[in-house]
Design a protein around this ligand. Structure first.
Ligand code: AMP
Length: 305
């Protein structure tokens, strides 16, 4: 099965209590593709970058089965740039700079070779662009998931509500779920958001794990208590990439499979935060992933006699 991922490919400047980097590779689609490439092939990427984006990054992802026909390169443009500073708890951060650059003119054209994608991840991006991608797909994919963030809730709420009506699953963190729904209770927030369109909803709670909602069922996935969290950037996108990469591979979207996918996503996110940027994701082997998934299973497994 093929997977389509759309999102940013970017430069990030990051500050955490453990260090600082001025300009490293980031972007929602970059993290998602690295995480998903452990499970699904081919991955058909849709994004836009400037002439400043290193070609070696494309080459490294290409080796993992990622296709770039749908990625526009604007030779005299600058790539999207985001800068953030994490607080001591590593769960909250301040956005210092968001420079849209080439993203401001992004009008993706979905290539004919992408029309076979049954699984689609709309990474965190301008909601109008997320809508345009779905409108260009000639057949409704089997599963469309989306990510978003407070930035788009602040400046593009109407379009955001429109995309919500077109997707199967939304992933947000707890504060975004509260902002989107206007509810403090996560359970009430989930009901309101599901009424906006997505049948499935994942609410991520940083170091406290994630909740999957479907109809009146809730699945709770733990987060692995890690000794060192170095840089949480991209954890959400790695979660999303692992989640949909796994579902693409098994080609099954039952609630039971989604529970397993939440654990796979959590495992990918837990690896992502161990080093700055996507560095740790790039090094992972199938054995690493298996080991981490088993740690999650052991963590949450209990019997009551
Ligand atoms: P996450 O930590 O999973 O929320 O993802 C962080 C990544 O999202 C960074 O690599 C940024 O380049 C990218 N990013 C930050 N702000 C935005 C935005 N407004 N739209 C799209 N991507 C963004």
């Amino acid at each position: 099965m093929s997977l389509l991922i759309i999102g940013t490919m970017a430069f990030d400047a990051l500050e955490t209590p453990f260090g600082k980097v001025d300009r490293i590779i980031g972007g929602s689609a970059t993290y998602a593709a690295w995480a998903a490439s452990n499970f699904a092939k081919p991955i058909k990427q849709v994004s836009i970058v400037g002439g400043d984006f290193p070609m070696e990054e494309f080459a490294a992802l290409e080796e993992r089965g990622v296709a770039f026909e749908g990625v526009e390169v604007v030779p005299d443009g600058k790539s999207f740039f985001w800068s953030g500073r994490y607080h001591m708890d590593m769960n909250t951060r301040d956005t210092l700079v968001t420079e849209l650059n080439v993203l401001a003119q992004f009008d993706p054209k979905i290539p004919e070779s992408y029309q076979d994608c049954q699984y689609v991840m709309l990474g965190n991006l301008v909601p109008a662009v997320q809508i345009s991608v779905l409108q260009q797909l000639k057949t409704r994919p089997k599963l469309v998931i989306m990510d978003t963030m407070n930035f788009w809730m602040d400046i593009a709420m109407d379009d955001l509500k429109k995309v919500l009506g077109m997707v199967d699953l939304l992933m947000v963190n707890d504060s975004e779920a509260r902002q989107l729904s206007g509810e403090h209770s996560i359970v009430k927030a989930a009901k309101k958001i599901q009424a906006m369109g997505p049948k499935y909803l994942i609410i991520k709670k940083g170091e406290h794990g994630a909740l999957l909602f479907y109809e009146n069922q809730i699945f709770s996935a733990p987060a692995l208590p890690l000794e060192d969290v170095f840089d949480p950037t991209g954890a959400g996108d790695s979660f999303a990439g692992g989640f949909i990469g796994y579902l693409t591979r098994i080609d099954d979207i039952s609630f039971e499979s989604m529970k397993a996918a939440v654990i796979i996503g959590s495992a990918m996110a837990s690896y992502c935060v161990e080093k700055f940027g996507p560095t740790r994701l790039k090094e992972l082997t199938a054995e690493d992933i298996n080991n981490r998934v088993n740690e999650f299973v052991a963590l949450a497994n209990f019997e009551i006699k």
